[in-house]
Design a protein around this ligand. Structure first.
Ligand code: GLN
Length: 447
């Protein structure tokens, strides 16, 4: 049925970079056998799922929506995807994204744009726009995305679906093609909180192959689906609701806060410091790490190699010039600049210090509150083409999401209404480190 739905809508939406219908039917038959033999139970057995194209899948092309990896077929599968498969999910294919996850609309993909299923004149958000559009258009029941600075939460908001960015270290990054390694986390996208909790449970486990993976004892995230919000302390950062926030988004998010209050939560306004510094610190750190991470794509080890070069240096140059798109090049240049001798202290080190101070601000907030309630983005989905004109403006749209990655916190987006254009609005709930269960509990109680 999902493949039929893909047949009906994929032409318009273009959520997938690679579809493997035949492989999916095979996996489904195997899962069916296991279910019948009593070897497989649980909520994800047989559920059609999609995977963002920056997660390696053995034998299936993994492109990061970049020319430079157009024909790259990994020899191993990312741990998070293996977790999904162990739970019995059927992998349909790989979803479109901003090139190397750099962007906020999925328009920087080298393989064409993805359209927002609610209105195809609009962007689905990004960078996990393909995953979120696939869920919203019922071209799969659930998907994996990655979130370095909002790439799960913002497109979830724009597509009216639910998505979780877990605490840094909860989901193995092994097999996730790195963007900003100290910020990247894999997470679930689905229609609602219960589905997201089941997915997160399947992909969270200790993995010694990722040195930043944390051994936890509370992977039973579905236990938080109690429907109970009584006594939860929720803080609303006043600074997030001032200038720059669309009025309809503000209203919908504050209405969600009222609902949580009615359901027994204690809701208060408070001041979260340093919010103005989150975007500059994020773009310095993320670009610095990206410039280093992307140095491996040199035409030798993976994928694309330019033709007609003269010597090794020219081969690197031609390959990288032709293989990377403009946004990726911008980040590599920015990252190389802030890491270069003479500027390192002024930019990179300062950004790291800012990151530490932002974390302290959150620590202070979480000494008074269980959760922070915020919008996921300052506006609803932009019209296709509008964001690419002005990269700086696009970066500013990440205001409510990037500080969560800088502090390593868990956060979730759930739909909380639509604007007058009929486009979805997302509510963001942010928890303290390792408190996914608080986030899930509140989101489920709100729904
Ligand atoms: N829009 C942000 C960026 O371009 C976040 C992307 C992400 O989380 N991968 O860096």
């Amino acid at each position: 049925a999902v493949l039929e739905q893909i047949g009906r809508t994929e032409n318009r939406i273009h959520a997938y970079v690679t579809l493997d219908a035949e492989g999916a039917m095979k996996q489904a038959a195997e899962v069916q056998k296991k279910i019948e033999a009593g070897l497989l139970t649980g909520p994800l057995a047989g559920v059609p799922a999609a995977v963002k194209d920056n997660l390696c899948t053995k034998g299936m092309r993994t492109t990061c929506s970049s020319r430079i990896l157009e024909h790259f077929v990994p020899t191993y599968t990312a741990e998070a995807v293996l977790g999904l498969k162990r739970a019995g999910a059927v992998i349909l294919g790989k979803t479109n994204m901003d090139e190397f996850a750099m962007g906020s609309t999925t328009e920087t993909s080298a393989f064409g744009i993805t359209r927002n299923p609610w209105n195809t004149e609009y962007a689905p958000g990004g960078s996990s726009g393909g995953s979120c559009a696939a869920v919203a258009s019922e071209e799969c029941f659930c998907a994996l995305g990655s979130d370095t600075g909002g790439s799960i939460r913002q497109p979830s908001s724009f597509c009216g679906v639910a998505g979780i960015k877990p605490t840094y270290g909860t989901v193995s990054r092994y097999g996730l093609i790195a963007y900003g390694s100290s910020l990247d986390q894999v997470g679930p996208v689905a229609k609602d909180t219960a589905d997201c909790a089941a997915l997160l449970e399947a992909i969270s486990f200790y993995d010694p192959k990722d040195s930043t993976c944390v051994k936890r004892e509370d992977y039973d995230f579905t236990a938080a689906l109690t429907g109970e919000a009584k006594g939860m302390r929720i803080g609303i950062p006043a600074g997030y609701f001032g200038e720059g926030l669309n009025g309809e988004v503000r209203e919908a998010v504050l209405q969600a806060a009222d609902i949580l209050k009615e359901r027994g939560a204690v809701v208060e306004w408070f001041d979260l410091g340093l919010t103005d510094y989150a975007i500059p610190a994020y773009y310095v750190i993320a670009s610095a790490e990206a410039s280093s991470n992307l140095s491996r794509f040199d035409g030798v080890k993976y994928g694309f190699r330019a033709e007609g070069y003269e010597g090794l240096h020219d081969m690197y140059k031609q390959t990288r010039s032709q293989g990377f798109g403009p946004e990726v090049k911008r980040r590599i240049m920015l990252g190389s600049f802030v890491l270069s001798a003479g500027y390192y202290d002024a930019y990179y080190l300062k950004a790291l210090r800012t990151k530490a101070l932002i974390r302290k601000e959150f620590d202070r907030a979480f000494s008074s509150y269980d959760l922070i309630l915020a919008p996921a983005a300052p506006d609803t989905a932009p019209r296709l083409g509008d964001s690419l004109q002005d990269p700086l403006k696009m970066y500013l749209g990440d205001i409510y999401t990037v500080s969560v990655n800088l502090a390593g916190l868990p956060a979730m987006t759930v739909p909380c209404g639509t604007d007058s254009k009929g486009l979805p609005i997302g509510l963001q709930l942010i928890g303290d480190c390792f408190k996914e269960k608080d986030v899930i509990r509140a989101a489920y109680a709100y729904e």
